[in-house]
Design a protein around this ligand. Structure first.
Ligand SMILES: Cc1cc2nc3c(=O)[nH]c(=O)nc-3n(C[C@H](O)[C@H](O)[C@H](O)COP(=O)(O)OP(=O)(O)OC[C@H]3O[C@@H](n4cnc5c(N)ncnc54)[C@H](O)[C@@H]3O)c2cc1C
Length: 302
């Protein structure tokens, strides 16, 4: 399998390349079959080469950040997973309140950096795993705040390796969504923060951590909220009221702590999770008249 890819990687690519990679090792769920190839681009040049190569060979590709919002099916992924969590790790300060942040930067690191400088805006990410890239693409949010509020624009590499900048207003941010053109890979995010008293920030972060402990320390691998909150409703509450906490399919279980979390209590497969999700949707629809939509991204072969 590797040979059709390997020549290119030997010749042109600076980053690490792995073949036949279990996606369970690269997702917070700990679930998923193998990807044919996982490449870790180190910079824009690497990424450009990689995109050109994938397109010219008509290989499918998928862009991965920290893998904390993704379910990979059991048959794995036929193509190239571009893992952005290895390179793109720089934070460059432009002035007192604005920075250009690489998509591979972990949210926890960004938060620490902001706290050190007394810059508010991303306190809500305390306890959210993953990278800045994944968080921007998902427009991650909590406690009434969203990533989009701090984003001025996104530098990207697109089809045919074309580089560009998309201002925030054109990114089409919505609840847990953005609308970057298909095939576009974000590389750096231009962010703007607000000056804030570090002590006040610390207290806020602590209160978020406390709330998170009570509501979502579920004790097993998971991918955070499985379903989006329907307009004006809370998915977890609907699932709880439908009596589904503790419902199990194989080793996939609806968490007793947070009904919108599915936990992998051992060797759950993607099939287990997807069956459980189908049952949840069906039971919530029948008892509440609300059709839940997945928040997690589902990829790969059955
Ligand atoms: C315990 C736990 C708690 C969580 N709590 C929250 C929460 O409170 N709020 C919330 O919103 N989310 C939450 N999440 C979900 C998840 O952590 C966030 O959505 C996170 O921002 C995803 O980042 P990631 O780097 O892991 O992205 P991934 O899961 O790797 O990817 C997410 C999406 O972004 C795309 N993507 C990633 N990087 C790029 C890039 N550079 N260019 C283009 N596309 C890219 C992927 O293709 C995929 O579609 C939680 C998850 C867990 C496990």
């Amino acid at each position: 399998m590797g040979t059709q890819y390997s020549l290119f990687f030997i010749q042109r690519f600076k980053g690490k390349v792995l073949f036949n990679v279990p996606m369970s090792d690269h997702t917070s769920f700990g679930i998923g079959g193998s990807a044919d190839v996982m490449a870790f681009p180190q910079d824009d040049g690497d990424l450009k080469e990689l995109l050109n190569f994938a397109e010219s060979k008509r290989f499918k590709y998928y862009v991965l950040g920290g893998g904390s919002n993704v379910l990979v099916r059991d048959g794995g992924f036929r193509g190239i997973v571009m893992n952005m969590a290895d390179g793109f790790g720089e934070i460059t300060w432009i002035d007192d309140t604005r920075a250009v942040v690489g998509v591979g930067v972990k949210l926890s690191r960004l938060l620490n950096e902001c706290l050190k400088r007394g810059l508010g805006g991303v306190e809500f990410v305390a306890g959210i795993p993953g990278t800045v890239g994944g968080a921007v693409i998902m427009n991650a949010g909590a406690y009434g705040f969203e990533m989009k509020n701090t984003v001025e624009g996104v530098e990207f590499v697109g089809r045919k390796g074309k580089r560009g900048f998309m201002p925030s207003a054109e990114i089409g941010f919505e609840y847990r969504k953005s609308d970057m053109p298909k095939g576009t890979v974000a590389v750096r995010v231009h962010m703007s923060f607000t000056k804030k008293d570090p002590e006040e920030m610390r207290e806020l972060i602590e209160s978020y951590r406390h709330r998170r402990k009570a509501t979502s320390m579920v004790g097993y691998p998971n991918a955070g909220s499985i379903f989006m909150n329907p307009e004006g409703r809370i998915a977890g509450r609907l699932i709880d009221e439908a009596g589904l906490k503790g419902l199990r399919c194989g080793d996939a279980v609806v968490s007793e702590v947070h009904a919108n979390y599915i936990i992998n209590t051992g060797k759950a497969t993607a099939h287990d999770v997807l069956s459980l999700m189908a049952t949840i949707r069906d039971r919530v629809y029948r008892s509440k008249g609300v059709l839940l939509e997945p928040e997690i991204k589902i990829i790969g072969e059955v």
